[in-house]
Design a protein around this ligand. Structure first.
Ligand SMILES: Cc1cc2nc3c(=O)[nH]c(=O)nc-3n(C[C@H](O)[C@H](O)[C@H](O)COP(=O)(O)OP(=O)(O)OC[C@H]3O[C@@H](n4cnc5c(N)ncnc54)[C@H](O)[C@@H]3O)c2cc1C
Length: 394
């Protein structure tokens, strides 16, 4: 008999939402996390209605919203001249349309709300400091080896171990994630510092400033006390084949070309750490035998549509529903992938395309801006496909 019926590898947003979704159907699981403590690094996170409806279904939405910030609009602004290009209002008419809100939160706030909910749930066991180094298919069971030398057995294994997934490597032989020369600097700074840099008294929107090969995302988090900033740019050093690329000097040089609001805000970025942007093209095969993948392990995507965590949540719900319908995990895992692969692949592909749309320059940028400026604010037709989707099925 296996030690665990369901072992979830990775205690990020995907792993915790998977455990909570399974528990919603009375299915117990054990979540193992390599870090010494469960937590999230990084800064802000946008959560669209396709995710907030899931948090509501899990009973954690009110808790998550306590510390959240509710932007009035999602804005695209021209980073070079400071002009508004288009805005999507996410106030009452948006909430009425999709049934659930669009909000922004600090990752740590979301993660701790999920973690608290997991801790309260008797069907969920949580273990930190457990780094999975290998798995072995033993037919009915999977043997899971940890870096501390211990081995556990499980009837079914769910890899929620992120973009550099060990579990994915066991299932799919498609090399390393793909870098295209974009790098991100991200972090929270005081809202007052950003207001000063922007020369404004109010920060009430989620704003993306776009320019050739660059963008800057800005939105308040933690009830509006902090401002999350993500500065992304394409590195000339990467193109030149340099070993060191995406450096703080390149950040400064790139954003020095933008309008004063954007350039001043970019100067506030913390330079201690930077994130290379990776994705993969869609690849089927997440479910093989009694092993499957969720979240970035299954379908890592660029963050341009702000959907990676939202998609991980959708995976979790569909996986739990499949297991509730079919107690044979092998069959349920296949059903899960069949339902999720088209949707997650579409988001992966469109995230990449949206990045190209944001980053174009020259005449093409002028054409893009012309089209964006013609768009009506209350036209939701471009986002219905993404936000109206319900993984829960109502
Ligand atoms: C700059 C940026 C901005 C983003 N903004 C948004 C946004 O606004 N909205 C949105 O929805 N998404 C956003 N995303 C994407 C989102 O952050 C990810 O898609 C999401 O966090 C993926 O969750 P996950 O649980 O699948 O993986 P992860 O968050 O990577 O979690 C994986 C977990 O597994 C653990 N782990 C890894 N390997 C092992 C192992 N071998 N053994 C045990 N544990 C292991 C890790 O320590 C980690 O805790 C953004 C991403 C970036 C880079």
């Amino acid at each position: 008999m296996a030690d665990e019926k369901f072992l979830v590898v990775g205690g990020g947003i995907g792993g915790l939402v998977t455990a909570l979704s399974l528990a919603r159907y009375g299915i117990g699981s054990h979540v193992v996390e390599q870090a010494e403590a469960f937590g999230e690094i990084g800064a802000g996170l946008q959560l669209a209605p396709n995710a907030s409806r899931i948090l509501n279904w899990l009973g954690v939405l009110d808790r998550v919203m306590e510390d959240a910030f509710f932007p009035k609009r999602l804005m695209l602004m021209d980073a070079m001249n400071g002009n508004e290009l288009t805005a999507l209002p996410v106030g009452p008419s948006f909430v009425q349309r999709y049934g659930f809100p669009y909000f922004v939160t600090h990752r740590a706030d979301l993660h701790s709300a999920l973690f608290e909910a997991c801790e309260k749930e008797p069907l969920i066991k949580l273990s930190a400091g457990k780094h999975v180094v290998g798995i072995e298919d033993q037919g009915e069971q999977i043997a899971v080896s940890f870096s501390d030398g211990t081995v556990a057995s499980t009837n079914a294994l769910i890899g929620a171990d992120g973009i550099n997934s060990t579990i994915r490597r066991h299932l799919i032989d498609d090399g390393e994630p793909v870098a295209t020369g974009f790098v991100a600097y991200r972090g929270t700074v005081s809202v007052d510092a950003v207001k000063q840099a922007m020369g404004t008294d109010e920060l009430s929107d989620m704003v993306i400033w776009i320019g050739p090969g660059l963008h800057l995302v800005q939105y308040p988090v933690r009830r509006g006390e902090l401002c999350n900033q993500v500065a992304v740019f394409h590195s000339a050093n990467f193109e030149a084949g340099a070993k060191e690329w995406g450096t703080p000097e390149e950040l400064d040089a790139t954003f020095a070309q933008t309008c004063a609001h954007v350039a001043n805000s970019a100067k506030l970025m913390n330079r201690e750490r930077r994130w290379t942007m990776f994705d993969r093209p869609p690849h089927a095969g997440w479910s093989q035998g009694n092993v499957t993948l969720v979240g970035d392990a299954a379908h890592p995507m660029f963050q341009y549509l702000a959907q990676g965590a939202c998609q991980a949540m959708e995976d979790a719900v569909v996986l739990a529903k499949a297991l509730a319908k079919n107690s044979d995990a092998r069959k349920a895992f296949v059903d899960y992938e069949q339902e999720r692969f088209p949707r997650a692949s579409m988001v992966q592909i469109r995230a990449r395309l949206f990045g190209e749309f944001l980053h174009i320059g020259g005449t093409m940028a002028a054409m893009r801006n012309y089209l964006l400026e013609k768009r009506q604010d209350e036209d939701f037709s471009d986002v219905d496909w993404l936000y109206a989707y319900s993984a829960i099925g109502d």
